[in-house]
Design a protein around this ligand. Structure first.
Ligand SMILES: [Zn+2]
Length: 244
């Protein structure tokens, strides 16, 4: 697979043999290899300049990499627009996959990540160390949104919303996704319709085991009816980061 730098949908996809050479020459380079939900092997390469210090709920961020207010496949409205290099790379990649899968898709609405140097942002308990990001749900009918909106539950586009989650999860770098339990059964149905089997659904979702069950990567968090929250694991090789 060869990257095309002029194509914003493939921001950092390179072949793995080019990768290994570059890694030897630059200790700040990182690479992550995985297979996308569509079955495509991918290696992402990026430079790690940011540090995620401490935990998501107490830590801070150094040299955060900030997303623009809009870009391919997204619009962003929060003043907290920064994450680790890994967060930014994975998000841009997943959004590129969404554009490749649904060429006409409206931009997803992105809310808070972290401030450039992290720390507390009201009203969030976490979002402090560059590993958290909030995404609005897609609305049925491909209706463009610019903020998180109260979409009636039967008007949320669960397939596209889950597809974005799946593209992020496939990277192997998602720790948890938080969403209101009331929406989980709809997401499960969408995932099932897309071909995910019972074993995968059981690993992916807390539903139907109850909103308090400590199982599933996608879990209940109160609120979270207008957006879902993605938390990434600590970046590769970042010793200052704490996952709990
Ligand atoms: Zn959040």
């Amino acid at each position: 697979m060869v990257s095309n730098p002029s194509d914003p949908r493939t921001p950092a996809v390179v072949s793995s043999h080019l990768e290994a050479q570059a890694l030897d020459n630059d200790p700040s380079l990182r690479q992550i290899s995985f297979v996308t939900p569509r079955g495509k092997p991918v290696t992402l390469r990026y430079k790690q300049r940011a540090r995620s210090v401490g935990s998501s709920a107490r830590g801070h961020l150094e040299n955060g990499r900030c997303l623009p207010e809009k870009g391919p496949g997204f619009v962003r409205f929060s003043k907290a627009g920064c994450g680790t290099d890994e967060t930014a790379t994975l998000v841009m990649f997943a959004l590129g996959e969404m554009l490749a899968t649904y060429p006409d898709i409206v931009p997803v609405v992105i809310g808070a990540l972290s401030m450039p140097t992290g720390g507390r942002i009201k009203p969030h308990k976490s979002h402090r160390s560059g590993r958290d990001i909030d995404f609005g749900f897609f609305r049925e009918g491909n209706v463009p949104l610019s903020r998180f909106e109260d979409i009636p539950f039967d008007r949320i586009d669960y397939e596209r919303s889950f597809s974005l989650m799946a593209n992020l999860i496939a990277t192997g770098r998602v720790q948890s996704i938080y969403v209101n339990y009331a929406l989980e059964k709809h997401l499960v149905k969408a995932a099932s319709d897309m071909g995910y089997d019972d074993e995968q659904l059981s690993w992916l979702f807390q539903y139907p085991r109850g909103r308090g069950a400590k199982v599933g990567l996608i879990r209940h968090e109160k609120g979270h009816t207008r957006h879902f929250h993605v938390r990434f694991v600590c970046p590769v090789g970042d010793d200052s980061c704490r996952e709990n």
